[in-house]
Design a protein around this ligand. Structure first.
Ligand SMILES: Nc1ncnc2c1ncn2[C@@H]1O[C@H](COP(=O)(O)OP(=O)(O)OP(=O)(O)O)[C@@H](O)[C@H]1O
Ligand SMILES: [Mg+2]
Length: 338
């Protein structure tokens, strides 16, 4: 355990061989404020867990405890079978972490950043050169490798961050909001890279505020709010809990709202009305419902500006699970963020 060079890491106990990451009743208090309130979950080897929640939910605090950066107030976590409290060195050798804020040095080039961090890991010169070039290639940074990081786009920085955290080829990777702030193209590019890693056997825990991201990447999603798990399951299961899809209709003339409401009621569900936006919403089973509704409105002669199916957003999941919208968070609590 005190050996300075990183050995190939084997799981600590046979019973935990198939579980790569485990949170065991994690609690974190800051003074009398409880940021994480008894969080438990397991992540099987080679799978992806998405930790989904709004600002201030406790995602970063959970990741910090699981990556030995912050001691739990109570509870513990195991990474590759090693306990974060009892065996922090072994945990660190088994994992990579890409934090929420970029950790790479702006003044250095991409290549220099990889060399520097690799040097800190104690990777030999020849191996380090080979590994650095391989990662730059994998993350489409070969050409930009000799440019200073301060000239990189947000997407390039995130990719370099990820490359740096993969230098030691860790079997377990923690990513804290890897795509926040990225444009849609950079985001899907990064998703591709992450999927490749998982295909090669890496276990991934990623935090995100986007259901769509968890949807694309995660085998299982754990939703946290105010430090506690409020739901878990596959993305499909969560969406079903949130009420599948909804049908959203905008009438051209506000005077038609009552008539439109009467028509939509024929679907059998409750109709929500936003008068100002001339918008009516109701639960829908899918395209079949949409087609029926289009027919009714055609016959009725009510002019419609817009009609479509909306998939549930993280917001809808929250609303259905907690009865409050994700963005209400800061207004209902004292400002926690300094
Ligand atoms: N060192 C600290 N001292 C006091 N409070 C803290 C500290 N770190 C985090 N908190 C509080 O704990 C709560 C959870 O914070 P955390 O950073 O884990 O949320 P998050 O889910 O990562 O949010 P975001 O999506 O904004 O990154 C917040 O209310 C935050 O203000
Ligand atoms: Mg965070």
């Amino acid at each position: 355990m005190s050996s300075p060079t990183a050995p190939a890491v084997a799981p600590a106990t046979p019973s935990t061989r198939d579980v790569a990451i485990e949170a065991v009743d994690l609690v974190k208090r800051f003074g009398d404020f409880t940021a994480v309130d008894g969080v438990s979950f397991t992540v099987p080897q080679g799978s992806v867990l998405g930790l989904l929640g709004p600002n201030g939910a406790g995602k970063t605090t959970t990741v910090r405890m699981m990556t030995t950066l912050s001691p739990p107030t109570s509870g513990t976590a195991r990474v590759a079978g090693y306990d974060v409290i009892e065996q922090p060195d072994m945990v660190r050798r088994s994992m990579g972490l890409t934090g929420q804020a970029a950790t790479v040095d702006e003044i250095l080039t991409g290549r220099e950043n990889l060399r520097m961090i690799g040097g800190l890991y104690g990777i030999g010169r020849k191996d380090l050169t080979r590994r650095s070039e391989q990662l730059l290639e994998q993350f489409s940074l070969s050409d930009a490798g000799d440019k200073q990081v301060k000239s990189y786009s947000g997407g390039m920085r995130r990719r370099l961050d990820l490359a740096v955290s993969l230098l030691a080829a860790p079997p377990v990777l923690f990513l804290d909001e890897p795509t926040t702030g990225l444009d849609p193209r950079s985001r899907t590019e990064l998703w591709d890279v992450l999927r490749d890693l998982v295909r090669e056997g890496t276990t991934l825990l990623l935090t995100t505020q986007y259901l769509e991201e968890a949807d694309h990447l995660a085998d299982k999603i754990v939703v946290i709010d105010k430090g506690a798990i409020i739901a878990e399951g596959t993305s499909l299961q969560l969406k079903e809990q949130a009420g599948a899809a909804s049908l959203v209709l905008t009438v051209s003339d506000p005077a038609d709202i009552p008539a439109a409401e009467a028509l939509l009621r024929k679907t059998g569900g409750e109709v929500f009305i936003d008068e100002g936006a001339r918008k009516l919403t109701t639960a829908a089973d899918g395209l079949a419902d949409l087609t029926r509704v289009v027919g009714w409105f055609d016959e009725s002669g009510i002019a419609v500006d817009d009609l479509g199916l909306a998939r549930p957003s993280l917001d809808d999941v929250f609303l259905s699970l907690t009865g409050h919208r994700a963005e209400d968070e800061t207004s209902t609590e004292e400002e926690q963020n300094a």
